[in-house]
Structures are given as C-alpha cells and as structure tokens.
Design a protein around this ligand. Structure first.
Ligand code: MSP
Length: 518
C-alpha cells in the first residue's frame, strides 16, 4: 500500500431512481473494504458515496407518481442508505446532487471553465437517448436509429445549447494517460481509452433547455438552461471535499481512487479529467473500472427478472458472507458470474470448511486440554517453522496485493494459510497426541495453529468486520466482538507471533454454519 498518510476513495453516485442491485452493492463494498484496509494501515481515509438526483429519468418517475421531484428523491435515497447500513458500509460522507453544498460548487466549476474560455453556444442537431441522457451523432446510432448504449429508440432534436471545448484538451489527455500508467486501470481499459482518443475528440454539450428539462442545476450563464446531468454528477467528487483538509493541511482533492463500472469509463476517463484541467484543478490519481456481474452470462435487467437484490442475499446468507463472496469471486477488471449456488458453494468451502472449521478445532482443543487458555508455544519443529514462514509471507503479501487492487488474490492468499493450518492440524493430530501424553507438543501445535487463525481473521477483518471481530473476540484479542465494524485493527496487530500465551479464549458455536443446498 502507498506510503502517503491519507487516502480518498469514491464510488459512482448511483441514480436515485434505481432499485439497488448487486452492481451497486459490489462497488460500494469494494470501496468499503479498500478504505478499511487503508485505515488499518494507519492512513487517514475519506470514503465518499452518494446519489445522482437530477435529469430526465428522475423527473419522469416523479411525475408518474404525481410527486414533487425533490420529495421523490428524498424517499428513494433511503433505499441506498438503508442498504449501506445493512451491509455495514462505513462511508465518511454521503453526497446528494440536489444538496445546496453541491450545487454551489457546480456553479463555481462552470464559471471556472467559462473563465478559461472553454464554453461557447451553438445550434446542435442530434439524436437524443432519454434513458441515457445522451446525444448521439447519426453515425453512432445502431441500425434503426437506436441508442448504441442501451439499444432503445432515440429522438431527433435540434437545439441551441452550450458546449465545453473538450477537443482542446485531447493532446494533453493522451499525454497524461501515457505518462501516468496508474491513472487508468486495468490496462485493458487504458488501452480502450487511448484507442478512443485516436479519433478526434468532439466538444461536449453541457446544457439542456429548461423548456425541455427543468430538473437540474441552473446554468449560471443563461437562465433558460440547466446543466447537463453528467457534468453536475462528476463534480460530486470535488464538491464533497472542497471545504475539507487532509491531516497535513493539504486539500482532500484530488481523489486517490475513483472506483467505477466499465460502462461509465468514458465519462470518467475523458469528460472528467478534461473538465478538471479546464477548471484549473488537479486530476484524480487513479480511475479503476471493474467488470460486470452477470447472471447466467447475461446482463441483469428488470425485464429479464434476474436482478439480484443485495438485501435478500444479506438476509439469507449474512452480510459478511455476501461481502466475502463479492470480493472473492470477482477478479478486478473482469466480469464475474453470479448465482446463488456459487455463493453457497463459496460459503461452504471457504468459510464453513476452511476458516470456521479451523477456528472451531483450535477452540475446542484449547477448551478441553488447556483450561481455555492459550498455551505457551514451546519448541518448534519443521512443521511449525513452515507454518510460521507461511504466516509471515501472508502478512506481507496481503497489504501488497491490496495496494495493487488485487483483492481476490489477497483473500485467496489468506485462505491458503488457513488451509495450510488445517493440514498442519491433521499432520500433528493433537487430539491423538494428547491421549499419548505429549502435552508439550500439543501446546505448541495449539499455539501455532491459533496464531495462524488469529492472523487470518485479522487480515480478513476489512472484508468481514463483524465475523472477524467475533472470531478475534473468541480468541481473546478483542473485548467487544462488534468493535471492528466501526474501528479497524491497528497495523501492529497484523503480523506473525502476536498471540499472547495465557489469554483466555471464549469458545462458541460455528462461526459459519454449513448451508444445506435445497
Ligand atoms: N449516476 C451514474 C454515475 C455517476 S458518477 C459521477 C450511474 N449510476 S448507476 O446507478 O446507473 O450505476 C452505478 C454503477 O453501477 C456503475 O459503475 C455501473 O457500472 C455499476 N453497475 C450497474 N450494473 C452492474 C452490474 N451488473 N455489475 C457491476 N456493476 C454494474 O451510472
């Protein structure tokens, strides 16, 4: 992980109209896990999420319900806020684009672009996709005139509007991407944007006439217009932190990491940096585009009825197990398949069989043979040295993998250590050794295996704060089992050799009961 002392991570702001689904849950859990890792390593961390509340879709939905659009947003936003609570997301701020604190900054941002001489007006003819709120030129359209993004029909419009001279920043952007390899990740997305930038970059229409669409931030240069919803939305990353300072007194802006889905790459990797450049503001350090969760290899959609609802998954399987699955089963940058069978399979194999079982074994043995107290390790043989080597390697590898944003690999590395511990227990068979009178050897076996499971629970705590907190409470490391939900471990609690002999443990029921598939 980077050595800087603070870290700012964001999720996209979600369309307030949408019913939260697994895609929203994924990015937000990812940001939560990443920010928990950064906090754990001692960095002051700022984690922002929120909702995108302007535009045609919100207005249409509010009208269909016969309510005022603001009232509509105030109701809808709660679905996201409730979900984040349910998944134990600890964001530091929640920004809504209808808030005054945001609108004020958007106005200032537009004025800065104008002061740079980058706004002009022109009459424009194009094909407009209402659901995506985007104009297309004729050559962009699919056969039959449909939107190339969502494949729905478009409407031809001729309008006078205001434009941002985005084309002016094309060469600068190409150079920035080329000389900052960490800016766009993964590399495939960086290449995609460099490919896109081989064609001349057009200017960007940044207004909508009020006569057609009134639900937006008023355009400060002409009262007949509101600001294009994407300009308004992107500025959230800046507006939320404009008045805040990092611990060293420097501004929170620019963000260290924008997490997004691959479908909103162009807006983030092209519109946003060019707008910032024009406004004279710094560019975010990294934009990482993840893949899609697919259901039976197709996109989720309301019409197919295959939308995965995160609340039902958390209710059915526990929120920590669901968080674990999301982080373990998607290789960052690639698409991943979702099915309840794969979720249950993952819980049963990694969490019940490997992690839960290992914890349960050491708890039972210490309970029975060591008066519930962590024994002194005593002498270590080849197997103990091997387990210690694995433990030390894992404690080093995990933070490095998190720094490289390879969360699935960091989790897998930790599980490898848990599996090695289970194998070690089978080889040493302390349950047999105890009958044969080898008390000192049993004490060593139990100290080494308990230390490995303590380390595993510590390394997994950003992914499963409640379950790992409970595991560490049982091992006598934490007084309060719920502590990790809101406060991370300290960096000096991660490492090999920290388990204190003499600590009283608190054995309990299986942490992850096996789920019987019906
Ligand atoms: N409001 C815009 C973002 C503005 S950010 C300045 C938006 N909102 S959204 O609610 O439609 O989508 C939010 C995120 O969810 C996007 O990153 C999108 O890629 C992601 N996902 C939507 N469906 C998804 C999956 N099936 N799988 C993974 N993520 C997906 O776009």
């Amino acid at each position: 992980m980077s050595a800087q002392s603070s870290f700012y991570v964001t999720t996209p702001i979600y369309y307030v109209n949408d019913e939260p689904h697994i895609g929203h849950a994924y990015t937000t859990v990812l940001a939560d896990v990443i920010s928990r890792f950064h906090r754990l390593s001692g960095q002051e961390t700022f984690f922002l999420t929120g909702t995108d509340e302007h535009g045609q879709k919100v207005l249409t939905a509010a009208r269909a319900r016969g309510v005022d659009p603001q009232e509509h947003c105030d109701e809808m936003v709660q679905r996201f806020q409730r979900l984040w609570e349910r998944l134990e997301i600890r964001n530091d701020d929640f920004i809504r684009t209808t808030e005054e604190r945001h609108e004020r900054v958007v106005l200032d941002f537009v004025r800065r672009i104008d002061a740079a001489g980058d706004i002009y007006d022109a009459t424009y003819e194009g094909w407009y996709c209402i659901p995506d709120e985007r104009f297309w030129t004729e050559k962009d359209l699919l056969a039959g005139g449909n939107c190339p993004l969502c494949e729905r029909p478009t409407t031809k419009l001729t309008e006078r509007n205001y434009f941002f001279r985005m084309s002016r920043y094309q060469d600068w952007l190409i150079e920035h991407i080329r000389s900052n390899p960490e800016f766009l990740q993964p590399e495939s997305r960086r290449n995609e944007i460099l490919g896109f930038l081989r064609k001349p970059l057009g200017d960007l229409c940044i207004t909508r006439p009020k006569s057609r669409l009134g639900w937006g931030v008023p355009f400060p240069l002409d009262e007949e217009y509101v600001i294009y919803v994407w300009l308004d939305a992107l500025v959230n990353y800046y507006s939320a932190v404009v008045d805040r300072k990092r611990p060293d007194g420097s501004p929170w802006w620019p963000a260290d990491l924008h997490l997004i889905g691959k479908d909103i790459l162009t807006t983030h990797a092209v519109y946003w940096p060019t707008m910032l450049k024009s406004a004279g503001l710094p560019i975010p350090r990294t934009i990482l585009a993840h893949g899609w969760w697919l259901v039976e290899e197709t996109k989720m959609s309301k019409s197919l009825g295959n939308v995965v609802k995160p609340i039902s998954m958390a209710d059915r399987y526990g929120h920590d197990a669901f968080r674990y699955f999301l982080m373990r089963d998607m290789v960052l940058g690639q698409d991943a398949g979702f099915s309840e069978e794969s979720l249950v399979g993952r819980i049963n194999s990694d969490l019940a069989n490997d992690l839960g079982n290992c914890l349960n074994r050491v708890e039972r043995m210490i309970d029975k043979h060591c008066a519930r107290t962590v024994p002194e390790p005593g002498a270590s043989g080849a197997e103990e040295q091997e387990l210690e080597r694995i433990g030390r390697r894992t404690a080093e590898a995990v933070p490095a993998l998190i720094g490289e944003l390879k969360l699935h690999a960091a989790i897998e590395e930790t599980l490898q250590m848990v599996r090695a511990t289970n194998r070690y227990l089978e080889v040493k068979a302390p349950w047999k050794a105890v009958k044969e009178g080898g008390t000192a050897a049993v004490a060593s076996t139990l100290w080494f295996s308990t230390e490995a499971i303590r380390l595993a629970a510590s390394l997994l705590s950003p992914v499963m704060p409640a379950k790992c907190g409970e595991a560490l409470h049982r091992l006598g490391v934490l007084e309060d089992p719920a502590e990790l939900v809101s406060r991370p471990l300290r960096a000096d609690q991660i490492g090999w050799g920290l388990l204190e002999p003499g600590t009283e443990i608190r054995p309990g029921a299986p942490l992850f009961p096996r789920i019987e598939q019906t």
